[in-house]
Design a protein around this ligand. Structure first.
Ligand SMILES: [Zn+2]
Length: 569
């Protein structure tokens, strides 16, 4: 297996375009560059500007190869000569790629200035491709400007950026600037079809639509996700499987949920939530997609003309229109706000189900007052959940011990008594909640691992975002897991049983390395990533989080009904 991993080449790498005709979209840029090659009118500096995944570095590579190729075919590189092969294998010293995000200092650019003095070793031009060039420091930009003011005849710079406004005018004005357009879904799809057909892999058309939607229009991201789907499925790229692998929910479910909200039907609403969980859907994606679904209804409510920008099948538009007629814009806005609010905290929730249920119940129509009996029902359900958790080895009102992992120190224990919720129905039908003060032992504050863990957990969202920008496939695997605790300098990431595929992917060294590096870069914490199934995890640390979670949920739930409640501190 090790050998397989070593020889594995990611899809987007393997199918990286080698000639201009294989490049997706950007015809306006490709045509201009082709002409420059044919007419031998190469500029000294180019600035490629465009969002992620629009082909900036891909075009830079083909272009730099074409201007240096020994057997150029009109304007395309031959991809067979020494120069081309050296460029493809990344062994040629004359085509240099620099990631400005990690080489952004003055020293890096000074080094480059030294390097530039020497003419190319083999090729005609020495090409510097500087990616994410907006990340350079002010000093580095100044040093770069000095080079651009008097570039040696053999040097070509290709600067790529996603944030043109961060490039100093002095640099910008010395470059030929090209703006890359977002690649259309059709172009990405054509490329995917070409790749799948070349690999003899069967596919369903609508499955590809899902992958592209998830890749948010970026070619590389879409191909990475396609790669993930290929390795997860044996029978080709099928819609149902793609939905499962990417943890997506289908449109029908959103329709049913919104319909239940409109009809003030909590029973049906809860049944749908059950479905979401039984099918093992990713709650974070689910909530985001539900918000998008409501946003689409709101757009159509504003004007039916807007259906042209929605890019959805007609039957789906019809259903959205139907829903839009039964709900006011104000109410839609209110629901979207509730969900967005929840979206931000949902990913940390160890009781995602309770969170989702409560959030959706809150979203029920504003003129719908929770009756006392339904309130009692909910409380009973919450109580039941407490009991369920208890039976899963989670103790309430019991001493919870956490072993201090430092061997030279005595074990320290945390004694925590969580609020004792007694729900009493009184004569006047109000509900009393009594809670006892939490007793905490201060000793835990010294526990280094818990501090570290808290930092990592509190910033997990940022970590995921960082990784997403770096490599979306790792993000898609990692989002199904959750940091659980730190033990022997291992950060345990818990996965549900059904996400074994995702767990295995995170276990791979190259993926772990990236996550570890990101955490180190963010917090200066050196830690090993250790994915585990939730069932295999020693419960102690999770229990603590679960308790807090439940407490917060209960507080949150009753917040809006304080007038009906008497809370005994
Ligand atoms: Zn060549």
């Amino acid at each position: 297996m090790e050998g397989d991993n070593m020889s594995y080449t990611a899809l987007y790498r393997k199918w990286r375009p080698n000639i201009f005709e294989e490049i997706i979209g950007q015809k306006h840029i490709v045509d201009t560059l082709k002409n420059q090659i044919k007419n031998n009118s190469i500029a000294h500096a180019y600035l490629f500007n465009g969002t992620r995944g629009t082909g900036k570095t891909t075009i830079a590579r083909v272009f730099s190869r074409a201007i240096n190729c020994e057997n150029r075919k009109e304007y395309n590189p031959c991809n067979e000569c020494d120069i081309c092969l050296g460029s493809i294998n990344e062994t040629l010293m004359d085509i240099i790629e620099i990631d400005a995000a990690s080489n952004n200092g003055v020293d890096n650019i000074r080094e480059l200035r030294e390097n530039i003095k020497y003419p190319p070793s083999k090729a005609k031009y020495k090409v510097y491709i500087i990616d994410e060039v907006h990340m350079l420091s002010q000093g580095a930009f100044n040093a770069l400007l000095k080079i651009l003011e008097e570039p040696p005849s053999y040097v070509v710079f290709i600067l790529a950026t996603t944030e043109l406004h961060k490039i100093p005018d002095t640099i910008h004005s010395r470059c030929q600037t090209y703006s890359f357009k977002r690649v259309t879904q059709k172009d990405i799809k054509d490329r995917m079809k070409f790749i799948l057909e070349s690999m003899n892999i069967e596919y369903e058309d609508k499955a590809l639509d899902v992958v592209i939607k998830k890749g948010e229009g970026a070619v590389r991201d879409s191909l990475s996700l396609l790669d993930m789907c290929i390795s997860a499925s044996e029978n080709g790229i099928l819609y149902e499987e793609v939905m499962n692998v990417l943890g997506l929910s289908n449109e029908e479910l959103y329709y049913d949920i919104v319909n239940a909200i409109i009809k003030n039907d909590p029973l049906n609403l809860m049944k749908k939530v059950e479905l979401v969980f039984n099918e093992g859907k990713n709650i974070v994606y689910f909530l985001k997609d539900l918000i998008m679904y409501l946003r689409n209804i709101l757009l159509l409510k504003t004007s039916e003309e807007l259906k042209s920008i929605l890019d959805l099948p007609n039957e789906e538009i019809e259903r959205l229109l139907e829903l839009s007629k039964n709900i006011s814009s104000n109410n839609l806005l209110r629901i979207i706000e509730i969900l967005i609010d929840r979206d931000n905290s949902m990913k940390y929730s160890n009781n995602a189900r309770v969170s989702l249920e409560i959030t959706l119940l809150k979203a029920l129509n504003s003129n719908f007052e929770l009756s006392l009996s339904s309130l009692v029902d909910r409380v009973e359900k919450l109580e039941k959940k407490h009991k369920n958790l208890e039976s899963q080895n989670i103790s309430f009102n019991k001493e919870i011990k956490t072993n201090n992992l430092k061997s030279n120190e005595p074990d320290c224990a945390k004694e925590s008594k969580i609020e004792n919720l007694e729900i009493l129905e009184t004569e006047n039908k109000s509900i009393k909640i009594s809670k006892r003060e939490e007793v905490e032992n201060e000793a835990l504050d010294d526990n280094n691992d818990i501090d570290k863990f808290k930092i990592i957990l509190d910033n997990w969202d940022a970590t995921l975002n960082y990784i997403k920008k770096y490599k979306i496939a790792i993000h898609a695997f990692l989002i199904e897991g959750m940091p659980k605790y730190i033990e022997n300098n291992n950060l345990i990431i818990g996965f549900d049983e059904k996400f074994g595929f995702h767990l295995n992917a995170i276990e791979k060294k190259e993926n772990k390395d990236i996550i570890e590096k990101v955490i180190y870069k963010q917090h200066g914490i050196k830690i090993n990533i250790l994915p585990k199934f939730n069932n295999d995890i020693n419960g102690v640390e999770i229990n603590k989080i679960n308790e807090k979670e439940i407490k917060d949920e209960v507080k949150e739930f009753f917040k809006n009904y304080e007038d009906k409640l008497e809370i005994i501190e």
